[in-house]
Design a protein around this ligand. Structure first.
Ligand SMILES: Nc1ncnc2c1ncn2[C@@H]1O[C@H](COP(=O)(O)OP(=O)(O)O)[C@@H](O)[C@H]1O
Ligand SMILES: [Mg+2]
Length: 249
């Protein structure tokens, strides 16, 4: 497949995935990663940040709003990923958006306050991105930002502002969101995430021979010729692996 014009590609760090999207995400793009709980969103997004910093020399910021930074680090060690080392080397920053909400003291360097004001939140992300000269950003997840707002319906306003800031920073971003059945209907919780996202990747589970199988679908990727097939993937000892020649019926 050939692009009609030159677009710089950002390697996902997910074996088998980049060949489905002409070599990687278009640089500076925002991708929405959507799926039900346990479909692999956090793992996929963490791999994007880890491999980006470790193998491609692109520093990354991971904003964790669903689990504490230390829990994330521990879980990711199972895949052989030593986030602590990359953090010490200044290649990765994990922003802990959870510890303060449960009233625990945090030894973290980057911590979000319990009740955060959206402008402060966005400014904080901006500062951390600049501090490590990040090229990649993950926010895990959009619904958990919405729950922290005084008025959940303000999420639309926040996402539009976030979009402007992301474009300004020029980072390649993965936003995660949750939708109960993204492959057959609403792909996002608020119905606006997909508008700010220039790409949408759906992770899902499908029953085959009384077993649940993981698959992914690239539903949208601007500036990219991509297939609309469902591709099997696995979460194994080295993280997420996609099988581009596999078939899902
Ligand atoms: N070390 C591991 N090896 C293999 N699979 C794992 C491992 N850790 C978690 N998983 C699988 O990944 C799933 C969780 O993925 P996660 O990325 O947290 O999903 P999500 O963020 O979409 O809820 C688990 O339910 C389990 O099936
Ligand atoms: Mg998750």
């Amino acid at each position: 497949m050939m692009s009609s014009y030159f677009v710089r590609r950002v390697k996902s760090g997910i074996p088998g995935f980049d060949e489905l999207i002409e070599g990687g995400f278009p640089e500076g793009t925002t991708v929405l990663l959507t799926g039900g709980t346990g479909t692999g969103k956090t793992t996929f997004a963490a791999q994007f940040i880890y491999k980006g910093a470790d193998e491609y020399g692109e520093p990354g910021v991971f904003v964790t709003l669903e689990e504490r930074a230390k829990d994330l680090r521990r879980e990711m060690r199972a895949f052989g990923w030593d986030f602590e080392r990359l953090e010490k080397e200044g290649k990765v920053a994990i922003v802990d958006g959870v510890s303060s909400t449960v009233g625990l003291p945090s030894e973290e360097r980057f911590v979000l306050e319990d009740r955060f004001n959206m402008d402060n939140f966005l400014r904080y992300i901006y500062r951390v991105v600049k501090a490590i000269n990040a090229k990649r950003l993950v926010i895990d997840s959009i619904p958990s930002i919405a729950f922290r707002l005084e008025e959940e319906r303000k999420i639309r306003e926040v996402l539009l502002k976030l979009n402007t800031i992301l474009l300004e920073m020029g980072v390649t971003t993965i936003l995660t969101t949750e939708a109960p059945d993204p492959a057959h209907g609403k792909i996002s919780r608020y119905g606006i995430e997909e508008f700010i996202a220039r790409g949408v990747v759906i992770l899902d589970l499908q029953e085959r021979n009384i077993e649940l199988k993981r698959y992914l679908l690239i539903r949208k990727m601007r500036e990219t010729r991509h297939s609309m097939k469902k591709y099997p993937f696995e979460i194994g000892p080295t993280g997420v692996v996609v099988y581009p020649s596999g078939e899902i019926y």
